[in-house]
Design a protein around this ligand. Structure first.
Ligand code: NAD
Length: 244
């Protein structure tokens, strides 16, 4: 099904995990896709690659402009780049809060700000942001990370309202724990990786981790004209953990 034929998409954090699976799926469905990532060295054709740090406004503006020039326009922004943080409010100092908020929240704001002028020119404009079940589930030892994703959820709703009448839909996905290189790193750092993996799997009623491809499928739906009447929603992709 080539439901993205003729559409142009930009995926932040598209060199790994959920972003990579999304970029590959959109390309397989007919989109021209540019990836924007801190380290795009592993990004291969047909995907276009641009280096950018979403934590830096000038870097984002420059990379978005270059990517849109390469693509020849922009219809879909997948705001996906993000980083993790563990601990209670007592475990992370102000500097760490600022660092993670800057990437996970302001990173999406910067990219949207740079992309909106181009999206306004599109007849099928859609923004999809990677939020998390952490925004609503009350996960232990994820105070900072959850706060950033709560902000992404609220940002999604506010952006949907602001840009509805410009023909730009804005939605997000709320993945449960997804089997990506990020979770691989988290497990490698655990005292007992097998026990930690089993605990993560048990948290989801499906008894398994979500795959990056499953999250990409939800993102693709929200990015495609198939969801043309849907804006301001969060689609749970969490093995039945918590709907919204
Ligand atoms: P990942 O680490 O596999 O991939 C993240 C990508 O983002 C990497 O390619 C990395 O280089 C890039 N990136 C990180 N910081 C960046 C920056 N400052 N500028 C540009 N690029 C940057 O992670 P993932 O698991 O695929 O996570 C992707 C998104 O999904 C994140 O927003 C994360 O919060 C969210 N998420 C992940 C899970 C999960 O369990 N894996 C669950 C819910 C939500």
């Amino acid at each position: 099904m080539n439901d993205f034929e003729g559409l142009k998409a930009l995926v932040t954090g598209g060199a790994s995990g959920i972003g990579r699976a999304t970029a590959e799926l959109l390309a397989a469905r007919g989109a021209r896709v540019a990836v924007l990532d801190l380290d795009p060295s592993a990004v291969a054709e047909p995907l276009l690659a641009h280096r950018a740090d979403v934590g830096d406004d000038a870097s984002v503006r420059q990379a978005v402009a270059a990517a849109v020039a390469d693509l020849g326009g922009l219809d879909v922004l997948v705001n996906n780049a993000g980083i993790g943080a563990q601990g209670t409010v007592e475990d992370n100092d102000d500097a760490e809060w600022h660092r993670v908020l800057d990437v996970n929240v302001l990173g999406m704001v910067r990219t949207a700000r740079a992309a909106l002028p181009y999206l306004r020119e599109s007849a099928h404009a859609a923004v999809v942001q990677t939020c998390s079940i952490a925004a609503t589930a009350g996960l232990p030892r994820r105070a900072l990370y959850s706060a950033t994703k709560g902000a992404v959820l609220a940002l999604t709703l506010a952006m949907a309202a602001d840009h509805l009448h410009e023909g730009i839909r804005v939605n997000c996905v709320n993945p449960g724990t997804a089997d990506t290189p990020w979770i691989g790193r988290l497990l490698d750092a655990a005292d007992d990786p097998a026990a930690e993996r089993a605990a993560l799997e048990a948290r989801q009623p499906s008894g398994r981790l979500v795959t990056a491809a499953e999250v990409a499928g939800a993102i693709a739906y929200l990015a495609s004209p198939l969801s043309g009447a849907t804006t301001g929603t969060a689609l749970a992709v969490d093995g039945g953990m918590q709907g919204l």
